[in-house]
Every structure is written in structure tokens, then in C-alpha cells.
Design a protein around this ligand. Structure first.
Ligand code: ATP
Ligand code: MG
Length: 337
């Protein structure tokens, strides 16, 4: 049975990198059916709202969406459409792979192959209790950690490791200082880890994690952590392997999963046809894993590596003279072979 996925072309460079990505997926003959849905500025222009009900319905029905970057206008009713999507579908797991690629401006052109699994609904980012005192001199907020929230994110990380043949999960915390919240997370994480005896597990305090990541990133495989730490660590990891143009992410819930590039809509280069499509393509590879096509996902990643290795039609951000579509075609040829 062919999979139907919701495709959101997005804003800025969004449509360009989506065309490129769908070109590659089509060349691979995966039998995917695309259902287009609007969100962001494109939706505001066409339908008068940023997140039309029809788009929400499409995502809910298909359960899987591939999404380009969206622009949230100031005063549009949401602080961020991406955050709004996460809330509405309870997308509790933010999953961000960081892989070394050749011929990028990375400090680690080899040796990094890790995934950060970030809890995305609670912790220091729960919107609750954000208060500034009447005199404006004291600000407080609530960090809320729950057993349910901790358990489902750690379980997601271990299941991911098991499913994809990864060997080790590192639990990142600060339980020595944040004894209640990070302490609960660590306690629950240990309980879950005990249920996966075949997967090596270690614990690391977040500050040490940052140092270790920069010094010896090859020691990491899967990292699981709470919202704030995961936000920072996943960007650090993107930086290790060459930055935004190569960083994909997935937002995953019980029912729905949305796959995307981590970067924004890059209005400075929109319409020029020079955006690097790799981040969204790598998001598509995560989607293929999720859809139960791991061989195809691997094939796509290998095609990207081989194209980078050959410096074939690379976009200007990678130092090449190619453009979005020529780069995509070079990848498609290898992915379809
Ligand atoms: P937004 O407001 O949507 O976040 P932004 O301007 O912050 O947009 P980012 O995507 O965060 O855009 O980009 C920051 C910088 O990185 C920009 O100069 C942009 O041109 C560049 N950039 C981002 N994505 C890509 C890409 N896929 N290919 C090439 N350059 C990119
Ligand atoms: Mg930005």
C-alpha cells in the first residue's frame, strides 16, 4: 500500500528545497503519494490564516508530514507556528541526527554519527508560571517534569536505538543540582534503561556532555535529555558537523510525526535557486525510517555522502557552483542507482 504524506512547501526557500527533495524521492520510486497542505505565510496569503483547519486535518489523517520552513509573522496570533504544531499534535520527541559529511566546513568531517532525542513538551519550557513581580525586579518560572513525560521520551530513545541497531544511549541530566526535576528525569530514565539490557547506557551531566561533545563526539550514539538541555545540545551537534544546511529534525508524537529541516526560511536567498536542499532531504530520510523503509533511508543518506564526496554540483554554501536543482539531480542519480 502506498503511503500518503502531507507535504507543506512552506515559505522563503521552502518551495525550492521541497521541489528538490520530492525530485529525489520520486527518482527513488518509493510510491509515495503527496497531499499538499498550506501553512505559514503561504497559507495566510491564500486562506487568510496561518494554520488552516484543512492542513491540520490532512496531517491528522496521513499521520506523517514533510514540512519546509515556515515564517511566523509578528502579531499573527502565534509566537511560532512550529511550536503551535508541536502543541496541537503533542509532538513530544524532537529527534535530531548529526552525521559527519565530507567536503563541508565542519570541524569533524568524519566520525560523528549521533542522534539527540529531546523532550519537547515540558521541563524548563513549560509555558506555566512565567512571572515578573510587580516592581519588575524578580522573574520566576516553573520547571515541570513528570514521570509520564520522562518515561515516554526515554522509551522513545531506547526504542529508536533498538530499531536502528544503535548500541548506546547517553542520559544527559543535571540531577546533582536540579535535584527535584532533573532528579526525577534521571530516576525514571534508569528504570526505563533497565528494560533494554542489550543497549549500553551511561549517564552524563550536561556541562560535561558539552565538553565531551566538542572534544570527542565519536563517543556518542544516542543522547536523550530534557527540553532545555536538548535544545542547546542539538544545535551544538549541528555545529559540529557543519551547521544548518545539513541538519534535519523530526517532531514525533503518539499519532503524528512531522519531518523538517532545522534551518529557517532564509529570506536572504529565497527565489535564487541556490539553497542547499540537504537538510530537508535528510529529514526525508528520517521519514523513510519512520515509514518502515530503512534500506531506502540508508540509500538516500549514502547518495548524499557520495555527492558531497564527489563535489558534484554542490550549492554555494558548500563552496560549489551548483544550484538547488542541479545538486538534487546529482543526488537523485545516485539514490536511484
Ligand atoms: P527564519 O526567520 O525563517 O528563521 P532566517 O533568516 O533566520 O529565517 P535561517 O534559515 O535561520 O534563516 O538562516 C540563517 C542563515 O543561514 C541565512 O543567511 C541563510 O541564508 C542561511 N541558510 C539557511 N538555510 C540554508 C540552506 N538550506 N541553504 C543555504 N543557506 C542557508
Ligand atoms: Mg532563524
Amino acid at each position: 500500500m502506498p503511503h500518503t504524506i502531507t507535504v507543506i512547501r512552506g515559505d522563503g526557500i521552502g518551495p525550492e528545497i521541497m521541489d528538490a527533495t520530492l525530485h529525489v524521492l520520486d527518482a527513488m520510486g518509493l510510491g509515495l503519494v503527496y497531499e499538499e497542505a498550506d501553512a505559514g505565510m503561504a497559507a495566510l496569503d491564500k486562506h487568510g490564516e496561518l494554520l488552516p483547519q484543512a492542513s491540520m486535518d490532512s496531517i491528522r489523517k496521513n499521520k506523517v508530514a514533510l514540512k519546509s520552513p515556515l515564517t511566523t509573522p509578528v502579531g499573527g496570533g502565534f509566537s511560532s507556528i512550529n511550536v503551535e504544531l508541536r502543541k496541537r499534535f503533542d509532538l513530544y520527541a524532537n529527534v535530531r541526527p548529526a552525521i559527519s559529511f565530507p567536503n563541508t566546513r565542519s570541524r569533524f568531517p568524519t566520525g560523528v554519527d549521533l542522534i539527540t532525542v529531546r523532550e519537547n513538551t515540558e521541563g524548563a519550557y513549560s509555558a506555566e508560571g512565567q512571572e515578573v513581580s510587580a516592581d519588575g525586579d524578580t522573574a520566576t518560572s516553573i520547571t515541570r517534569t513528570t514521570r509520564k513525560g520522562s518515561e515516554r521520551i526515554v522509551r522513545y530513545a531506547f526504542d529508536l536505538a533498538r530499531r536502528t541497531g544503535r548500541k548506546k544511549v547517553t542520559i544527559v541530566h543535571k540531577a546533582n543540582i536540579l535535584k527535584s526535576t532533573s532528579g526525577l528525569f534521571l530516576k525514571v530514565a534508569r528504570e526505563v534503561a533497565a528494560q533494554y539490557p542489550e543497549i549500553e547506557c551511561n549517564e552524563l551531566i550536561v556541562d560535561n556532555t558539552c565538553m565531551q561533545l566538542v572534544m570527542r563526539p565519536e563517543q556518542f550514539d544516542v543522547i536523550v535529555t530534557t527540553n532545555l538541555f536538548g535544545d542547546i545540545i542539538s544545535d551544538l551537534c549541528a555545529g559540529l558537523v557543519g551547521g544548518l544546511g545539513l541538519a534535519p529534525g523530526a517532531n514525533i508524537g503518539e499519532d503524528v510525526a512531522i519531518f523538517e529541516a532545522v534551518h529557517g526560511s532564509a529570506p536572504d536567498i529565497a527565489g535564487k535557486g541556490i539553497a542547499n536542499p540537504c537538510a530537508l532531504l535528510l529529514g526525508a530520510a528520517q521519514m523513510l525510517d519512520h515509514l518502515g523503509m530503512p534500506e531506502k533511508a540508508t540509500k538516500l543518506r549514502e547518495a548524499i555522502v557520495a555527492t558531497l564526496e564527489a563535489k558534484d554540483s554542490l550549492t554555494p554554501d558548500l563552496g560549489g557552483t551548483g544550484d538547488t536543482m542541479s545538486f538534487a539531480k546529482a543526488i537523485a542519480t545516485r539514490a536511484a542507482a
